[in-house]
Design a protein. Sequence first.
Lengths: 541, 278
Amino acid sequence: MKARTAAVLAAAVLATASLSACGSDPAAGGGTPKAGGTIVYGHVQEPPCIFGGWIQQAYISRQVLDGLVTLAEDGTVKPWLATKWAVSPDGLKYTFTLKDGVKFTDGTPVDAEAVAWNFDYWENKGGNSTAKVSIDPYYKAAKAIDASTVEIEFNTPFPPFLTLATQGYFGIQSPTAFKSRTEKENCEKPIGSGGFTVKEWKHGEEVVLAKNPGYTSWPATAKHEGPAIVDEVRWKFVADGVSRYASLSTGESHVVYEVPTVNWKDAQSRYQTIRYITPGKPVSFYINTRTGPFTDAAVRKAFAYGADRKSAVEAGFHGVIPYEGNPAVSQATPGYNAEVAKAYAYDPAKANQLLDEAGWTQRNADKVRTKDGKPLTIKLVYGSGFIFTQEGATVLQVLQEQWKQIGFDIKLIPATQAELWGGKYTDPSTFDATPSYWTSPAPSILWIVWRPSTTEKPNGSNRSFYNNETLSAVIQQANSEPDATKANDLYGQAQKIIQDDAAGIGLYTQNSTYAVAQNLKNVWLEKSQGEPVFSDAYFTG
Amino acid sequence: MSTLTVTRAVHLPKVGTVLSLLVVAFVVAAALVPGLLVDGSPTAIDLKSTLEAPSWAHPFGTDDAGRDLFTRVVHGARESLGIGLGATALAFVIAIGLGFTAALAGRVVDAAITRVLEVAFAFPALLLALLVIAVRGPSLATSIAAVGIGSAPGYARMIRGQVLAVRQAGFIEAAAALGHGWFTVIRRHLFPNAMRPLVAVATLGVGQSIVWASALSFLGLGVAPPSSEWGALLDAGRLHITTSWWLEILPGVVIVLVAISVTSLGRTLQNRLGGAAR
């Protein structure tokens, strides 16, 4: 019995694997597959709940919750829980047809009512902040047409919707389970229809995911058909990069996330490796345009010219993580404007000239430039240990030293996650520049980040406090443009406006790096956010 | 009583003491005039010579920004030693206040202070330090305050004990009988005699404080970058331990050497001054 299962499994796996066999790509398959086993995965951060609006939550909720649609390698949207969909001619209505017979792991059906409830939950009940801002304010309503047909309606045409819906934030949960259980149960063990269920969460240590034996709803991009091959995934939280990477060589783990770049070469020679450049906003500086020295665009530009950001990134990350000169979107994002990325190449002479012209002509005893007796001090607040690793912090220190040469006094202020997200650095008076990223598979991320703040509808994500009506109009036009080429052209214009005004300053791409033990095959990353997929993975004998 | 006798025996300095003195002298020089020992800035980057192993040009090698590690260690001495001295001084100021008050202000006050100290004792000193940092946020001043407050309860209890012991000595009674005011008695007789054995303890405390401050920086709770405080160097070097060992090992060796030297000098002092407290 067991042998037969294994043989069938081997045939299925090899059939799909042979399509893409190559070198040390862990998604390539190969070897003699073995059913069962436990994958130990070393992740970095522990989220407050399994699902939610933070990418750390999307990583793990992807294991438990299925989405309507998924993104293929070529950037096209493919079926998942929805087998097909149609867009109305006016672009306002998306009608999805759901896969037949799919059940949540509590036994209730994944039907149109359930999908409509999820949309309402994300958009109107605070269920998922990122799902909300991704399609807000375009989203109008979701309703079930019949058991297997659901319609999502928009106020204004919003073509990026399908691509955005491929993110882990849009994982469908069982409304029955959600309504009948406590908040804590829903947070820790959400019920979806995914390849795994949450068996146990040992806080501070790991989440144990158990195979869903009744799995029928794998995405079109899956590498095998059927339930997960392994029995369990132990999703461990190992914040320390040194121990995390070392756990692979001691055999304590099979897969680790965020390989320290200093170990990347070693990892490539010993393990299977995957590097994924996230689309969306790269790690770039928000520049406070409301108060302080950066209210003057010339000073912002001097700041951009004044440090060799490219060399600093290459040195700090040992050539593994690519520099990103475009502050608005990363090179992995559709509609990326590569020309924009070339602006502000290191030019200290130009930086000095701009500062001289801007009136920062005097220098104090520490050689810091001054204007009207005030020193050119920049408070640079960065997330220490969560947005910036030790390696990222080195990059900032290199930049600090270069900025010092042209007369900037940069105060590096490491902030903990609690401080940064708790609002300590929300007020414009608390910082001048702050680097961070926001992953998204579509350039409509520009709207989330750069939507002008108004009194009625403040935009806390616009950390540059940059209210530019022209920019706002261009992004909105792009968001509703049905022709992809024209839309990308408009998104490109938006990127240029941001760059030309130095409302943000580019630094590096946000990367997800993985190292996978040699005896574990078919671990792959979904395309929209680089979430690892374990339901196709198997050990070789 | 041992607290009162001051040994006058002549000691020949031991090799260990001499070496310790040399190390401490070097570190004090580094803290006061780092320019005497190294040229160049501790933050000067050189992206063309990153992660170089120790050599004549870079005796401690370079880090991932091409900064010379030896220069960084020398310049880090001021902060590391500063935290060590500052924290110990702060601890003693607090401890003297509490210890003397407890010992001299009557039973009720004594009981109250003693209870508070016992509660403080229930928490490891490092935990108290973390509490201070959680409230104030990491910085040089906070590190000093954190380590100082963290280690104060231990000293306070010792001081209270010393004061109680010395208070019963004949010369205190004599001084009081001679009609000196209580303030004069405390200042001229009680304080110097109670504190003498603690000089050695304080010296030991400096070494301990340097280690604690390094621990805090190592946990990312110390001084802000690009400071080259030794604990921060350790923290930064950790990532490279398998690839560029010098970034981790050498600052670690420096911390150990300095802590051992200061402690060894403290022991020597203790022997000379007599009276081992605790």
